[in-house]
Design a protein around this ligand. Structure first.
Ligand code: 16G
Length: 248
């Protein structure tokens, strides 16, 4: 058993005893993944062991873990136990950003800009963003990395009326939008499987024809305005897209 987990949990107990135990444990486990203390593939002790060591009920431990499984930080394999997710598990029910997804897994998000400019909308962008021909958009074309590993190619268009200066986008588009009070609250997404072209395969450092998930996201502000149209090509060997489905 990882003794530092026990010590840290006891410390959190002393520091914020008013927070429910399952939330403190969830936060602690998340921090350990984010800091890299528990890397991809790391096996967690069994529920029973964790409960015993931390003197918690199994229900509490299960509840702490369930939230992290839902967020894609941990995965459970039947009969084998609970592990830190190896592939990046992207929950489809939340509007998270590339930067947030990677940080949540203790990875280092980085981007290389292939394009960052203001230009007139293309017919496709005008249609997707509901803009009239001749309107201006900020256009970003980025190669998105975890450390040195390219994971996705991404093209975004943001109405110029919302984002005036493309250079406001440093590491994260959503951080820039957030700073303007314009973080999307709702999005429509379309996913399809594709084989990468030679140019894309070169950028993403995979074999020509390698599999990718092509995702188009149109995001909205609370007042209904469209704030982004982004086309992303995520490497198929690095990502799992997970959605929770509910009966009617
Ligand atoms: C994700 C989004 C993309 C968004 C980007 C912002 C999907 C499929 N796409 O890649 O629409 O523009 O994150 O990331 O999740 P950033 O804030 O790190 O620039």
């Amino acid at each position: 058993m990882d003794t530092s987990l026990v010590t840290e949990f006891q410390r959190s107990d002393a520091a914020e005893s008013s927070a429910p135990a399952y939330l403190r444990l969830r936060r602690l486990l998340r921090q350990r993944v984010e800091s890299g203390a528990m890397g991809p593939g790391h096996a967690l002790p069994s529920e029973r062991e964790l409960a015993q060591q931390l003197t918690l009920s199994r229900v509490t431990v299960r509840k702490a873990i369930a939230g992290l499984v839902e967020d894609g930080v941990l995965i459970q394999r039947r009969g084998a136990g609970t592990f830190v997710a190896e592939r990046i598990v992207k929950p489809l029910s939340k509007i998270t950003s590339f930067t947030e997804d990677l940080r949540a897994r203790g990875l280092n998000p980085r981007s290389v800009f292939l394009e960052r400019e203001v230009g007139e909308v293309t017919p496709e962008e005008a249609m997707a963003l509901n803009l009239s021909p001749g309107s201006l958009v900020v256009r970003l074309h980025r190669l998105r990395y975890a450390g040195d590993e390219p994971l996705a190619e991404e093209r975004s268009a943001i109405p110029h009326s919302i984002l005036k200066d493309p250079n406001l986008v440093k590491d994260s588009l959503y951080a820039a939008l957030d700073s303007l009070g314009c973080r999307p609250v709702r999005a429509l997404q379309r996913l399809r499987a594709v084989n990468l072209s030679a140019a894309q395969a070169r950028l993403l450092n995979v074999a020509v024809g390698g599999a990718a998930l092509a995702v188009e996201r149109r995001s909205f502000l609370a007042d209904g305005r469209l704030v982004e149209f982004t086309s992303s090509w995520y490497r198929g060997d690095a990502y799992d897209f997970v959605a929770e489905l509910q009966g009617e």
